[in-house]
Design a protein around this ligand. Sequence first.
Ligand SMILES: [Zn+2]
Ligand SMILES: [Zn+2]
Length: 274
Amino acid sequence: MSNLPMEVLLMLGQTIEKVVPVTIVLALVFSVLSHFWACNDAVPWWRKRELITDIVYWFFVPVFARVVRIGLLVVGASLVFHIKDPDELIAFYENGHGPLAQLPLWAQAILFVVLADFMLYWLHRLFHDQLWKYHAVHHSSEELDWISAARFHPINLIIGTISVDVILLMAGISPNVMLWVGPFNTFHSAFVHANLKWTLGPFRYVLATPVFHRWHHTALEAGGDTNFAGTFPIWDILFGTFRMPANELPENYGKDEAAMPAEIVGQLAFPFRR
Ligand SMILES: [Zn+2]
Ligand SMILES: [Zn+2]
């Protein structure tokens, strides 16, 4: 137990080591794309007023998610499957377990992404209906760009992404799917927040695009209460929340919570202050 802080520190180092090269690639890609296909007439992302806030989230979130995910997986295995021995734990999760782990890895990856997206659609609606004060942080970016993608309150992360990952891994899907799912999610979430006017034409109904998700970030009156899907707009089509007006682009973001502080400490405290 005594070397736990050391292990967390090590994990911090490893995660940041992975995040840095990915960030550089994303920065280059979206700088070029936004130069040619900007959705809104905005300052470039590196001149955003709240850039430091977003960068802190960008590095803090993967470390936080990783530590909490492992913690919940350990607690979950102990409570549900009565597995407490560390070696048994590793064997239990290493390549998944039960019938789902028998499927080919690509099928497990697809299943993971689809099931996670379905659960996240409803959790996202829950955050808009009952847990708004935690989700308001994500909607506070006025200069919405790819780097805003990680701006999430920890409670939002735990009840959102992390819990969904834990449920699916506990159900038996192999954590090895993360080798594909992780990079896809990172790229796709940066993509949908990027300042791009891309709708992907007919594929707008298949995959969430920047225009689709930027509509979600507009004020309630402008249509912000729509497009809850993270990856597949099919959920919004099925449940009546899809909105992508033809020949119109979203603009004006982050107007739902005027009292939201601009820096991270104030944002983390925001839900508990009201
Ligand atoms: Zn939202
Ligand atoms: Zn968003």
